[in-house]
Ligand binder design. Sequence first.
Ligand code: C2E
Ligand code: MG
Ligand code: MG
Length: 732
Amino acid sequence: MSLDQLINKPKRALPSFHTILAVDDKLDLLSSIKSLLEVYGYRVLTASSGRDAITMIDTHPIDTIVLDLKMPDLNGHQVMDFLKEKHPDIPVIIVSGETGFDSVTKALKAGAYDFIRKPYVAEELVNTIKHAIKNKVLSQENHSMHEQVKHSESLHRFMVNSSPDIIYMLDAHGHFTYINDSVQQLLNIPKQALMGQHFSALLSEEEIKQHPFALNERRAGDRKTQNQEIQLRRRVSYESSAQTGTLSIPFEVSSMGIYEQDVVEGKSQYKGTYGIARDITARKQAESVIRFQAYHDLLTGLPNRSLLKDRLKLAISQAKRSNEKVVFMFLDLDRFKIVNDTLGHTIGDQLLQAVARRLQSCIREGDTLSRFGGDEFALLLPRIKCQDDATAIAEKIISILNEPFHIEGHELYLSASIGISLYPDSGENMDVLIQHADIAMYDIKGSGKNGFMFFTEDMNAEYSKRLSLEQDLRAALDKDQFEVLYQPQVNAITGQLSGLEALLRWNHPEHGTLPPKDFIAIAEETGCIISIGERVLEKVCTDLRRWNSDEARVAINFSLIQVAHPAFLNLILDNINLFGLDPKQIEIEITENVFVSDHKDIIEKLKTLSEHGIHITIDDFGTGYSSLSYLHQFPITTLKMDRSFINEIDEHPKEACIVSAIISMAKGLNLNLVAEGVETESQFHYLKNLGCHGMQGHLFSEAITSDAAHKIVKNPIIETPKETTPILTDQM
Ligand code: C2E
Ligand code: MG
Ligand code: MG
């Protein structure tokens, strides 16, 4: 049966009136039959020969034929033969004078409905026609009903077999009596192989134990099985057998008992089970993806904040019982924003993934590493014996993150600041532990980044101060609370002023004069550093203009964020133009970390500035983590040796050999060298004797106001210690 036939119901075609064909070569008889039957409401057609009759039958719908047997051309038997072949459903009533046994038998055998002898009795003829027609209608109705049943059965079979679900019936003993075609596709089992089998053939032993009645439910009504999840066994392939291996596939089963009323006893009797099993693999997969997404960060695949909090809560309650410690670390990547801003989000994302992989290599089984958001990660270490264990892990993380990352041809350097809180020492509950780790993290960020710090109570005060500073910082520019001081640099041989360094101060209305360490980190994080830098540059240019000396050169400090900013280059060049300065009067001081990531656009900017005659200085030289190869790539004029090395001269003279190494290197690379933080005469002589003649430090002058600097610019001689016996040591 075609799909079209299935969908469209067969039509019942029952005539509204009945047509009778009267066939006789006797015309008077024909007309009398016609008249008689028309009185009874029939439509009557007539044919006076067998041939005419066949033509009529072929061209008109006829319900009954009244047929004479003896006719000159085709006789009644021949008409009957034709009818038997072509229209077997039209009842034929023979009205004939030929009453011989043979003739009658032959006609009846050929399918005649009845035989009436001529001369006919009107009432007999009419009654016979009535019966014949009634009979025909009944048989037509019967046929039509049969067709409808057949159709409906095909339709249902089609619907059941086309269902995406397994539809089955079991007998009272749990054997399959029906199962639809879907089973073949869903479980790779031939349908015939299951018929008569016990339903347990589809379940593993474990599953039978778990859900013994899911498939052969006896209950009906509200208590029947509805949407019960079970695992059915699916063969590996249609060709394989149950022995060669099966997979467990999740299905959702709804089943109910089938009952039949016992006529004798009047009780209903359990006959079997009817059920539907739906493959829910796709839904389960979707659910698990959603579940994963709800508790994981999609970029790194790490647990997210919610999952971490769950685990932290659990770890705290376990530690409470077992008297152990829990460590919570909050890790923030230093200056990650610059990677995103200068190299784009795709590289930023890859870097985060690489960081996640490295961090994962530092943790133990049972620890949780989570991405808390942005460039923040959190680490939960349950069951820690002592603080030293946490220290070891934090040290490992710091050092592993300091190794360069290689992403799409870029060599990127990162550092991280880690704040650590301990249960129960730093806090008794989850929120406090998280908050305290956060505070400790900000503390390390404020004191130079790239390290870790355990939370201590006094950090709380610092933190509140930091929060209020953050708010104040936004208004400080408007209120013009920033001041630029200048620290002179001296040539140790001539005692001449060789330059000035601009050092920023914030004249805070409540906290007094704040040094940069108190607010630069906050300004960087909040983005205020950009506007602050513009203000510093403007003030320096104004002062240089006012001092009106072509010789004066001022070094201005810029952090990586400032250099990476798209407007940096124009900011410098525009101001130099605007104030009519010589580019040589401006020096850019940047720390080594500007070079630790190979940002091509930063290299280009510095090259352009250098081409304009602007000096580029590496500040705090020797404290960075980069390879020194950048010294070749960049147009650097000066190295400023970090204060920590100068301190060593007095404190650990034996270890001060690094100073002489830096001095030799600067000479070898033909770079100017300035030692910063020179505080004592012995440092002065030591450096001078080794050939480091550029110096800056409290020994000569602290940072001074613009007016005081003006005086020095006008009279550029600075007092330096008098010559003494050189303290040359043999470790040099
Ligand atoms: P820096 O560029 O290395 O500046 C030298 C710092 O050492 C200054 O601290 C200076 O006051 C201090 N110093 C100089 N001589 C001595 C000495 O003999 N002994 C000791 N103990 N310290 C000395 P300051 O002014 O607190 O600045 C700290 C840092 O803040 C600077 O380090 C610089 O990196 C940054 N900074 C200063 N001004 C700005 C600015 O306008 N923008 C940016 N982005 N950073 C700035
Ligand atoms: Mg500096
Ligand atoms: Mg410095």
